[in-house]
Design a protein around this ligand. Structure first.
Ligand code: NDP
Length: 297
């Protein structure tokens, strides 16, 4: 079997266009565009690229992007908390995102829990984790939500499918498992202490790998016909000396011989993350203005 490649880039482009259509309706009806505030502390190059791409996607969707770039040396925890308080109170701001990782002298949990849960478009606030776990409307972290949209597009109804999520982080693994459960999958969460991981994975119709270990999941771990969502982003040496390339947590070459569909890295889950961020920002704006979206997205 050769797996179908799930084109996350194309799915993300479609979602971004759908968001832009709703943003135009929202702006015409309310007289203001939805706004996303992104806070970056320090010079981490990968974070700077993420923040730039988020700004581009926000503006392309017709929304306002408020970018706050702070110096890691001179910004204190109190300064950052004060900025979050100002953004919480700012009526033009519908979504607030503090780019992680924060410098080591800052308490990331204290900062993230200071964000108003109703502007927490990253979905990391414990209130939103609780809402997701109990089936209340809130914000779902963007990466797992993007994975769910790809799975729904692939399978339609997920009800009754057996799903294994490898990884139990608060950002990806746990919310992914909650979303699959809400869609009536039978869910197993695997982690570094799981015994005989290949045997666990072999039970699954759906495998979501969010581990951070290059090409760990092999083709012979998979049930024939499984659908594989590879969240991992790992940089490994390329064949050319001195160069690197990105690979996922799944060994694409062997897995694509056994799975029925698989996301590539890059071009799979990654583009969906940003699309879901602007989707969440629009949803926040619509909730705050009591505006009904035509497309539930
Ligand atoms: P974390 O490091 O927070 O979590 C990794 C998880 O993998 C942990 O639960 C850990 O288990 C588990 N794990 C580690 N080693 C093994 C192993 N040998 N067998 C089974 N499980 C193992 O990572 P994140 O969840 O933040 O990210 C996971 C990956 O997804 C990374 O590659 C990251 O770069 C990528 N990512 C991609 C995004 C995108 O937009 N595409 C967004 C976010 C992340 P334990 O809890 O027991 O330690």
């Amino acid at each position: 079997m050769t797996a179908r490649i799930i084109d996350g880039k194309a799915a993300a482009a479609t979602l971004r266009t759908e968001v832009a259509v709703e943003v135009a309706r929202f702006t015409a009806a309310t007289g203001r565009a939805p706004g996303l505030a992104v806070v970056l502390v320090g010079e981490d190059p990968a974070s700077a690229v993420y923040v730039r791409n988020k700004g581009i996607a926000t503006r392309e969707a017709g929304m306002l992007s408020f970018e706050h770039k702070l110096d890691a040396e001179t910004t204190s925890q109190a300064d950052l908390l004060a900025l979050v308080d100002r953004l919480n109170a700012d009526p033009a701001v519908d979504g607030i995102l503090v780019q992680l990782p924060l410098p080591p002298q800052m308490d990331a949990d204290a900062i993230l829990t200071r964000i108003d849960p109703d502007k927490d478009v990253d979905g990391f606030h414990p209130v939103n984790a609780g809402r997701l776990a109990t089936g209340l409307p809130g914000f779902v972290p963007c990466t797992p939500y993007g994975c769910l949209l790809l799975l729904r597009a692939e399978l339609g109804n997920l009800s009754g499918k057996s799903a294994v999520v490898i990884g139990r982080s608060n950002i990806v693994g746990k919310p992914m498992a909650m979303l699959l459960l809400a869609d009536s999958c039978t869910v197993t969460i695997a982690h570094s202490r799981t015994k005989d991981l290949p045997a666990v994975v072999r039970q699954a119709d759906i495998v979501v790998a969010a581990v951070g270990r290059a090409e760990m999941v092999k083709g012979d771990w998979l049930k024939p016909g499984a659908i594989v969502i590879d969240v991992g982003i790992n940089r490994v040496p390329a064949s050319e000396p001195g160069k690197t390339r990105l690979v996922g947590d799944v060994d694409f070459a062997s897995a694509s011989q056994v799975a029925s569909a698989i996301t590539p890295v890059p071009g799979g889950v990654g583009p969906m993350t940003i699309a879901c961020l602007i989707r969440n920002t629009l949803v926040s704006a619509a909730r705050r203005e009591n505006f009904k979206l035509e497309n539930p997205l």
